[in-house]
Design a binder for this molecule. Structure first.
Ligand SMILES: Cc1ncc(COP(=O)(O)O)c(C=O)c1O
Length: 358
């Protein structure tokens, strides 16, 4: 695990912001040779954030390097966080928080059932999350507020850890990419495709690439309702992260007016419903297997389907260098799911294991 991160190398005064090592970095970056052949496009690369950790990688742990450090600085012991019952964020939080002696309490609402959702639920339990099923978002908010009021050891982590602090994890990721470009591990990319859910991944990359003076344009593929994951919302979060950085180091340029120029947000691959597969995402998952990448249809499959479509429809120039940011953990948790009996979960969750699902 790295002890000095690219962001602090660039701006040493930011070392005043608490940070803790969570991930294996830098994550590898390589060309997807088979996909290049398949799509007849010379330069399609992948940033392997699926490998940020051996047990649970993906994009989330990058955010925790800043969020967990803040929790520990404040001497809190319990994380309260939220999501759908199959939340990747909730699972990633549970797995990583445990290493720091932090307890995770998940406040979950129903979502469309799938095998993946069931597996995540079993993993939440296996890794020690305290599970609370909420009847509505209103009740979820109320329950969390009440717990925060009465339990002084509790700390709230927002959906997807997409706070300004969490966003810094991806500003750092952009500087990591810049160091890989400088080390000639990849030519400077023209375009970068990334999934947009709770925003911080995309927001941090956009801000970081601007500050790192890398030319790359970001194409954020929206996988949730466009009203949540709008370009404006992403930029607002990026500006908050920038403000946070500038309070520690006022010499950091105020790029808030220009960052929007490098960002395109496209909801054309969303398919109208979060977590529901599109035919194009299923095709993209198959294509990705040719380069031994393990994608899923909620985030990364839809994102790669956008990249593929841009190439097929000539929305990218033939010689453009493209990066696909692989944000989903590829660690295999099937042995874990085999060990858990759903009946060991709180009773209110048993109904999610009735009947068959895809
Ligand atoms: C696998 C995966 N990729 C991408 C995203 C999107 O990242 P963010 O929530 O930071 O927008 C998420 C979470 O929402 C995710 O679980």
């Amino acid at each position: 695990m790295s002890e000095e991160i690219p962001l602090f190398r660039k701006y040493p005064k930011l070392r005043n912001i608490p940070w803790v090592s969570v991930i294996k970095s830098p994550t590898p970056i390589h060309k997807m040779e088979e996909i290049c052949k398949e799509l007849n496009h010379k330069e399609i690369w992948v940033k392997r954030d699926d490998l940020t950790d051996d047990i649970y990688g993906g994009n989330k742990p990058r955010k925790y390097e800043f969020v967990f450090a803040d929790i520990m600085k404040k001497n809190k012991k319990k994380i309260l966080t939220q999501g759908g019952i199959g939340t990747n964020h909730g699972l990633a939080t549970t797995v990583h928080a445990k290493k720091f002696g932090l307890e995770t309490h998940l406040f979950l609402v129903k979502q469309k059932l799938s095998q993946h959702v069931r597996e995540n639920l079993l993993c939440h339990h296996y890794f020690g999350a305290r599970l609370n099923l909420m009847k509505s978002n209103f009740r979820r908010k109320l329950a969390i507020k009440t717990r925060l009021f009465f339990d002084k050891n509790a700390y709230f982590v927002t959906t997807g850890a997409s706070s300004p602090l969490g966003t810094l994890g991806f500003v750092n990721a952009a500087f990591e990419l810049k160091e890989q470009i400088d080390a000639k591990l990849i030519p400077e990319p023209d375009k970068l495709f990334v999934a947009v859910g709770s925003l911080a991944t995309c927001a941090g990359l956009v801000l970081g690439l601007e500050l790192a003076e890398v030319k790359t344009q970001v194409i954020g593929i929206g996988v949730t309702d466009p009203t949540w994951s709008s370009k404006k919302a992403i930029l607002d979060l990026a500006v908050k992260a920038l403000e946070l950085m500038r309070t520690e180091d006022s010499s950091i340029p105020d790029v808030s007016d220009v960052i929007g120029e490098r960002l395109i947000v496209d909801h054309g691959y969303f398919g109208g419903q979060y977590g529901v597969p599109t035919e194009e995402a299923i095709e993209a998952i198959e294509i990705a297997k040719k380069d031994e990448l393990k994608l899923e249809y909620v985030y990364t499959g839809k994102t790669l389907s956008g990249l593929i479509d841009y190439i097929r429809k000539n929305k990218l120039q033939k010689d453009e260098i493209v990066v696909f940011w692989n944000s989903k953990s590829s660690a295999d948790l099937t042995s874990v799911t085999k060990e858990v009996n759903y009946q060991d979960l709180p009773r209110t969750f048993h109904k999610f294991f009735n009947g068959s699902v895809k």
